[in-house]
Design a binder for this molecule. Sequence first.
Ligand SMILES: [Zn+2]
Length: 700
Amino acid sequence: MTTSSANHWLKDVAAHAGMDLDLPRRPDIASVRNAWPGVARACRLPDDKFTQRVAGYFRMGVADVSTYDPQSVKLIPEAIARRYGLLALSSTDASIVVATSDPANRAAHRDIVAHSSRQPVFMMASPTVLGHALERAYAPARAPKNALQTLVAQVAESDFQVVTNQGKGLFTSFELEDPGVVKLGEIVLQQGLRYRATEIHVEPGATNGRVRYRIDGVLHHVVDLPPAAHNRLVARLKHLAFEQPGANPEDGFTVRISSDVYKQAHLLTTPTPDGELVWIRLVSPNVVPSLDDLGFDGPEDRKIRQVLAKKEGLVLVTGPARSGTTSFIYAALHSLESQAVISLEGRPELVVPGVTQIRYDPSTGLSFAETLQQLLDRAPDVIHAGEIRDLATARIVLRTAVTGRKILATVHTSDAVSGVRRLVDMGLASGRLAESLHAVISLRLVRKLCESCARAFDPERDAKSREAKLASVLGVPPVMRAVGCRACAGTGYLHQIPIPEILVVSPAMRMVLARSPNDIELLRAAQADGMRTFAEVGLERVANGLTTVEEIERVLGVVPTRDETADSVGPVLVVDDEEQDRLIVSSVLRQMGFQVREATDVATAKSMLESGDEAFSMVMMDLYMPGSDGTELLRSIRQSLSTQSLPVIVLTSSANPRDELELLEAGADDFLLKPVVAERLEARVRAVLRRSGVRIAAGG
Ligand SMILES: [Zn+2]
């Protein structure tokens, strides 16, 4: 193995190809992974050819990651494998064959020996290839993939052999009607329907494409596709959507398993450097949900019905993508069908009986706001104004709301209070808003536990589970656990239920609003008025046994938690000359449960690290300290064998993205802009620990 070179080995590889590249001298995990694609491109070599070039440089073979022995995979813990990008392919008593992109990484070598007690024999694979292979090798056996995987393998072997050596691009109609291609398209669509997928992603990759299904809002990796299969599948799906006799891209195409189970498939494609990405949305045409179907519950259910029953005012619906706002709007309009209802939409997804749905058509030359104004001349009782994107639309919406009409509109914000904030930020006077706004309904969707397989939480058996930890942090008793069965495709969850946060503008709230409150004042006033937050409603669903704390945390992502790894790892070293910054950083880390050591200059930090008295788990350091150079500390951490793989987060005042790149290349795992914001710091620390493999895999 060649590690004596003064250059980054990628630089040497590039030099062999006649390229002189500017790369940091010392390779580390992140720099190889990040620099590889760029170096390959600079050398004008496709990924596989560049891999051969690198393998030649290290005088080792190119790995075939498609065949690995699952027993050998287990010899390297997932965290270590992901940290360095390693996949064990086979092993004997004394040695283990490992695919890597960075054979020069001594820390990886050391950790393989430590965990497998075997000597590694390295084979070369590119970071992209390894990334996909790792997903496969360590993927939980919970996704609905096995059936499809077997079929794709059969199809790829039997039917694609003759055509695999053709490139991307054009296919003859003969090829598109090839039984193998047709079958593959059918399988992917039908399995998607069977597993209740709402989206099918056919994603290209440098070496392999993949198919993923979105089931109950969560993407599941289903199967990898060899490039030949990927390209033909894409061509076949596009053919179905756009080129068949009678095909209408606007309507999509119909997918069915039986005469009564069918969906409309809408297809979008985007070119990427690796090929074409296809995104299919599956919708049930003409199945308009009722409010009852959506599963609202408790006081929020009553509030929603009261809000919709009122004849006038603005009802603002907010939520990020896929949070259930579209279904809610359709259900709400449907419930109002006895009145004159007009809906102005970008592209109507469902036909709602009794509702006049107008598709906004920019080719008329009229703006969205102008079209909306025209529709108001038809004197509807209820109007759905779609998403409020500009001040002109917002003004019309407010005007309409005070003229005895009910108007529904959406904005993409995360909660009820920020929905109000968005309208104010657009330029609406809060006094006007106070007069017109009736309610803000903000939504999230969480997955509902599968009734066939969910089981009661067992205090003994589940003591170490993530569910138990999250529940104890929040001070709520865990109730149920997700398991997984055939009915729920192994996910443990079946269907979604809404978590609403509803701000109703009461007379008291109107007075607060008119005073241009800040977000905190607004939130307090709403809570005083009886608004329950997402977290409160969500935890009630947990208490009712409908979902889990894990699921609430996945969706809300804001549940404050003590980091579960903090207790089991060494202290964090905080290096900063500014007392104020040191104080903030240390106190956040302590709140997360970490022990903290502090240093005010580079020399002290260095000696603390080098003494070996304590096994630090991470370093958080200021880059610019008077009289000492932060980059020098960073360099010395990366050069010492004992601290080489220690995660480092750099605190910087520079907002220049070039500096950030340089920091990462110099060996920082991440950086954080000053002034330090507690939540962001917490998120970064968690992410860095997770990436570097310090976090033990979440309990299950
Ligand atoms: Zn189940």
